[in-house]
Structure formats: C-alpha cells, structure tokens
Design a protein around this ligand. Structure first.
Ligand SMILES: N[C@@H](CCC(=O)N[C@@H](CS)C(=O)NCC(=O)O)C(=O)O
Length: 212
C-alpha cells in the first residue's frame, strides 16, 4: 500500500499527480499545516523534518517498507519503482534532474520566500520583497526561455521534471505571480493542468482543506 501524507500545498501536490499519472492506488492522509499538524509528535515520529509531503510504501525495495520525505526524492523513487516518467538514457535523465534541481533550489524557494514576505511577514520589509520578486522573475525568465525551445521542461516527453515544476506554478497566486509576461510557461501550464491525472490530483488535495 502507498500512503501519502499531504495538504493542499505546492510541494504536496506533486506526489498525487505522479501517482495518478502512474495509475498507482494510494491513500491520501491529511496533515493540516495551517493547524500545525505537521509538528505533532505522532507525525514527527515518521517525518522528523515536520513537513509535507511524505510517502509510506508498505512494499518498498526488496519487499521492505519504506518511508520517504522530500517531494523531489519521492518523485525519483516513484519513477524508479515504476520505470516511467524518467528517461532511460543518460542525457535525458540528466536533463530531468537539471530541471528538478533548478526548480527545487531556485523557483520553489524564490516563490516561497516571496509569498512569505508579501503575505505572512508581521513586518513589511521592502528590501526582502524586492530581492525575492527579482529572483522569482529571473528564474521564470529562464524557464520561459526553456519552454520556448521545448514542449516539456526537460525535452519532448512529460517527466517528473514537469511535475516538480507544476506545484509552485499552481500556487503562484501565493507569491503574487501571474503568467502575463510568460506565454511559453502559460502554454505549458495549460497543457499539464488539462491532463486528467493532474485534474484528479488537484481535486483530491483541494478536498483536504476543511470548509471552515
Ligand atoms: N523540500 C521539501 C519542502 C516541504 C515543505 O516545505 N512543505 C511545506 C508545505 S508546501 C510544509 O510542510 N510547510 C509547513 C512547515 O514548514 O511547517 C519538499 O520538497 O518536500
């Protein structure tokens, strides 16, 4: 059995999208990060980093259970487990990892920090907002250039690199970002967003937020 601990967040969404694309059955377990459930002792016991997402595979490598955190690592694990969404050839694989690391160390943190300083910081710090606005726009310009040349972020095929990029672009409103200046990103986003697997995953994680 595959269990996914998640909430309606950019990093969480990646895992259900991958599982839906792969047609793997899974149970979605809500961890309400707005209420701090990710820091409760029961959850910290399975993920000491206190964040979502988390995957528990009761039949991991060699039939042994595996608990794995970090959405990028989970995507790689699922691609290797299924033999899909990750090219076999070395150059194709390298391009996928290049895009994933670019997102996970570049776009994701820039969006996260920008959203925090724009929306959640108790003190307004214009220098911080300007710093992360500039960085978010810089990395988006790089991605825009890539998607002018390629159908998908790592080449002609849909891969886990596209899933890694999609989460924060889905939640771009948190960072106050839109696609007006980025037509190639908008084209790519619409294509991923229309995939039945992405639709199902979005519906499922969105339903985790209680209507209060
Ligand atoms: N590098 C981690 C980041 C995970 C992360 O920051 N998750 C956020 C939700 S998108 C979270 O759990 N936030 C609650 C907290 O930091 O306490 C990954 O990609 O899985």
């Amino acid at each position: 059995m595959l269990e996914v601990y998640a909430f309606a967040t950019p990093n969480s969404l990646r895992v259900p999208i991958a599982l839906e694309e792969l047609g793997l059955a899974y149970e979605l377990r809500s961890v309400n990060v707005r209420k701090g459930e990710q820091k409760l002792p029961g959850y910290l016991a399975i993920n000491p980093n206190g964040k979502v997402p988390l995957l528990v595979d009761s039949e991991g490598p060699d039939g042994q259970p595996l608990t794995i955190s970090e959405s990028g690592a989970i995507l790689v694990y699922l691609a290797q487990k299924s033999g899909r969404l990750l090219p076999r050839d070395g150059a194709g694989r390298a391009r996928v990892f290049e895009q994933m690391f670019f997102h996970l160390t570049g776009i994701g943190p820039a969006f996260g920090q920008l959203g925090f300083f724009k929306r959640q910081a108790t003190e307004q710090i214009p220098l911080a907002v300007a710093r992360f606005q500039t960085e978010a726009e810089r990395v988006l310009a790089v991605l825009e250039g890539t998607l002018r040349e390629r159908k998908f972020t790592a080449g002609d095929e849909f891969t886990i690199a596209d899933i890694a990029h999609f989460g924060w672009l889905w939640r771009r409103d948190f960072a106050g970002i839109d696609f007006d200046a980025w037509p190639a990103i908008a084209r790519w986003y619409s294509e991923i967003d229309a995939r039945p697997a992405a639709r199902r995953a979005i519906d499922k994680v969105t339903a985790l937020v209680p209507a209060t």
